[in-house]
Design a protein around this ligand. Sequence first.
Ligand code: GLA
Length: 422
Amino acid sequence: MATKKIVGIALALTALVGACGTGEDNGDRPATTAPASSSTTEPANSDGPDAETLAATPPMGWNSWNQVRCYDLNEDVVKRAADAIVRHGLDDLGYRYVVVDDCWQAPERNSEGALVPDPERFSSGLADLADYIHDKGLRFGLYLSPGSETCAMQWDDYPATGLGSLGHERQDAEMLADIGVDYLKYDWCGADEVDGLEPETAFAHMRDELKRLDRPIVYSISEYGRNEPWKWAPGIANMWRTTSDILPMWASIATIINSQADLHPYAEPGSWNDPDMLQVGNGPLTDVEARSHVGMWAMLAAPLMIGTDLDKVTPGVLAALSNPEVIAIDQDPLGRQARRVRDDAGVQVWVRPLSDGEFAVALLNGGDAPTRVDTDLAEVGIDPGRWKVRDVWAQADGGVVDGALGADLEPHAMALFRLSPM
Ligand code: GLA
């Protein structure tokens, strides 16, 4: 059990020596990182769905893909996930969106050109499923693609034709409103190569169709980070994928964490970098790795979309998903993403400014041997002075720090601190 080691924080109450950082940017957005598209001189997502209320903090919920992928998707799986979210009290923690990913569709559009759900696996229909989810106080999400094909048609041999929204954008958007959809995942799936589409234009097209609807719909887009969407998507979508697909293994999680180090200037309320959905509970991930996965996603102000079977979830995985103080960091209303201040052969230090002048500091041992990680206020760019420290995973006060803080970390473990000014 790693908890004891992680919790064994040594809060060295050392005085700071030398000049302390005055917030060497503390995550401040440099002027040079203003998003590139013309619409983005306005507040984030100002011409997208209502940014005041929609995705003001990173969306949280469950998505079918990492749990059942394609052919095992059906309405019972989705209903059971909704039931389990409520049973485990995850809804009270903010997990709210229940998203049906690819493979919900029947193999062809109907004679009116409308998408229809697979008649066997979704025999009750999507409006019925949306009602079921809404009756639980949850919100309903659905998957579409901008080209002519969905990804499962390409990579899972899903035997279908014409399931993409190309040429059906308005019809498909109106379908979302008719069903009662609250969240759209709009997934690229090679629409440049297959259909000659350009990502910014295609994603903006659906943004405009969603805007016509009398229904706020969180707009989640994905082109896997290939065209630096953080530079143009803030005026278009509420969240944009920054990576290729996450796999249920530490190497994939570590690669994604490393690829997020420079993206902190682009996240803000209403528009978020999306390093892909959670894999905790899947594959060979240990409880230690599950904690680091969720904890680092919280530092990254990432959407938290569970992708495991919540009927079979272990206490360790549930604990990683449901620590209210970790979630509070993810959902901090200031909406600033962490920046990395050290990467020394996988041993990393990250800092995230929080509202009310607080900070979150993460120490991550990405290496394969136990190690001690120490940092200090100067390294993380926090002003000198006395700070109250909270061990976030342990939900325990850690005393007062006026200099250094550190932790003994086993491989792939993280320590997470919240610093409050005194
Ligand atoms: C892509 C996406 C995944 C999932 C599948 C569905 O691979 O990145 O998250 O939506 O498509 O086919």
